[in-house]
Write a protein that binds this ligand. Structure first.
Ligand SMILES: *[C@@H]1O[C@H](CO)[C@@H](O)[C@H](O)[C@H]1NC(C)=O
Ligand SMILES: *[C@@H]1O[C@H](CO)[C@@H](O)[C@H](O)[C@H]1NC(C)=O
Ligand SMILES: *[C@@H]1O[C@H](CO)[C@@H](O)[C@H](O)[C@H]1NC(C)=O
Length: 385
């Protein structure tokens, strides 16, 4: 019995590997945010299978969930893991920072490829000034712990910001940080430059559209054909808002004396559903936004101001997350429903197995049946593709 299961399983893996040539899978440099504020998500080992079938090789977590980090052992997926804002104060203590790295990072290396720790999320756009003052010390202390443990070459330290840290974002060449944040941002930029780590922003053109649907052209935010807008200072034409936002951040960084820091998008996305007052939150728009963005990433496009630097993006998010608070849109950013069916078509074809492949679960009675049904589904999937 066990042998037969094993044989079936190997056959599946083989089929799946071969299917790479049958199914059109975008080979993507894109990353994806794997948020888990939900009570109905598939197990991490099934998610690993789904991501492998999508050929997605970069994942960002908001925490350092040991279940995920062990399930992705030997998966060849690059992980960004997160230290939540509630850890910032403790992380200014070298002993606690080192303990954290020893507990949540070191044991998983190198089988799970953890490449980055984000320390805090959107701290500077919040209103907790104590938290703001802990941010850089916490990042420095976590980095020193990585240096002490000999891990700083493989794991870098950064944090993620909301675009609300900008006072000006248009035209992109006039991008500037809020003046009241300069006391935090200047030393933060110096640190990024010193350790050569990227500056991350969470950027949602959707918000700009939702707040102002009469002024903001939908095609401009969805990467659809449109005349775009020209920056009067540089004469560069922008055919989409996201690239304008990225270049605005480059300008803001340059205005503070740095041209040596790369800007990456730690989150961007579009909700497929929202409350009645959330204009534009539809599956059609979400499919256009994410699908068009994936095509541009596949072409390795840069922004108008940095044409030779391909935009580097983590899409938000892998799954709809039913327990997220706030307006309905918050629970509907996923590319997938928790059962593994796509919310809309973005040209990705993924596959979520019906059963858990972790060894412990294989010898239950039902798994024989589910393996068979999986095989049937899988063959159907191949035929349909
Ligand atoms: C998966 O992505 C890698 C690089 O990211 C690429 O070399 C490979 O061809 C892709 N495979 C498929 C089936 O698209
Ligand atoms: C911070 O450290 C204190 C003392 O060690 C501990 O009790 C607390 O749980 C820690 N906070 C977090 C968020 O881990
Ligand atoms: C700012 O603080 C107030 C009161 O403490 C809180 O209600 C509000 O949600 C906070 N705003 C943000 C953006 O954190």
């Amino acid at each position: 019995m066990a042998m037969r299961l094993l044989a079936l399983f190997s056959a599946l893996v083989l089929l799946l590997t071969l299917s790479g040539s049958v199914v059109r899978v975008l080979s993507l440099g894109v990353g994806i945010n794997y948020g888990q504020i939900a009570n109905n998500l598939p197990s991490p080992s099934r998610v690993a299978f789904l991501l492998r079938s999508l050929n997605i090789s970069r994942v960002k977590l908001y925490d350092a969930d040991p279940n995920v980090l062990s399930a992705f052992s030997n998966s060849n997926i690059d992980f960004v893991i997160g230290l939540g804002n509630e850890y910032l104060l403790n992380m200014t203590d070298p002993i606690k920072a080192q303990n954290w790295i020893e507990q949540y990072v070191q044991p998983y290396l190198p089988q799970t490829k953890i490449t980055c720790v984000t320390v805090g999320n959107e701290v500077l756009s919040g209103n907790d000034t104590r938290l703001m003052s802990y941010l850089l010390p916490a990042m420095q202390t976590v980095n020193s712990a990585l240096v002490n443990l000999g891990l700083s070459k493989q794991v870098y330290v950064t944090t993620a910001h909301s675009l609300a840290i900008l006072a000006y974002s248009f035209p992109p060449s006039s991008g500037a940080f809020r003046e009241d944040l300069a006391e935090y941002i200047q030393p933060l930029l110096n640190f990024h430059s010193q350790i050569n780590s990227p500056f991350l922003i969470n950027a949602y053109p959707y918000f700009a559209y939702k707040d102002n649907p009469d002024q903001v052209p939908l095609n401009y935010v969805l990467f659809e054909p449109n005349p775009g807008t020209t920056d009067p200072n540089t004469n560069l034409n922008y055919d989409n808002m996201l690239y304008a936002q990225i270049d605005a951040v480059y300008s803001a960084i340059k205005a503070m004396g740095h041209t040596d820091i790369q800007v990456k998008i730690s989150e961007t996305g579009w909700p497929s559903k929202g409350d009645p007052n959330e204009v534009g939150a539809t599956p059609e728009n979400a499919g256009l936004y994410n699908g068009n963005l994936l095509r541009r990433i596949e072409e390795m496009q840069g922004t108008p101001a940095k044409p030779s630097v391909p935009v580097d993006i983590y899409v938000f998010a892998l799954f709809n997350e039913d327990l997220k608070p706030g307006p309905a849109s918050e629970r509907n950013y996923g590319l997938y429903y928790p059962d593994g069916t796509p919310v809309y078509n973005v040209g990705l074809q993924g596959f979520l197995p019906q059963m858990d492949f972790s060894a412990a679960k294989i010898n239950t009675r039902n798994s024989d049946l589910s393996t068979l049904s999986l095989l049937v589904c899988f063959i159907a999937f191949l035929i349909c593709a």
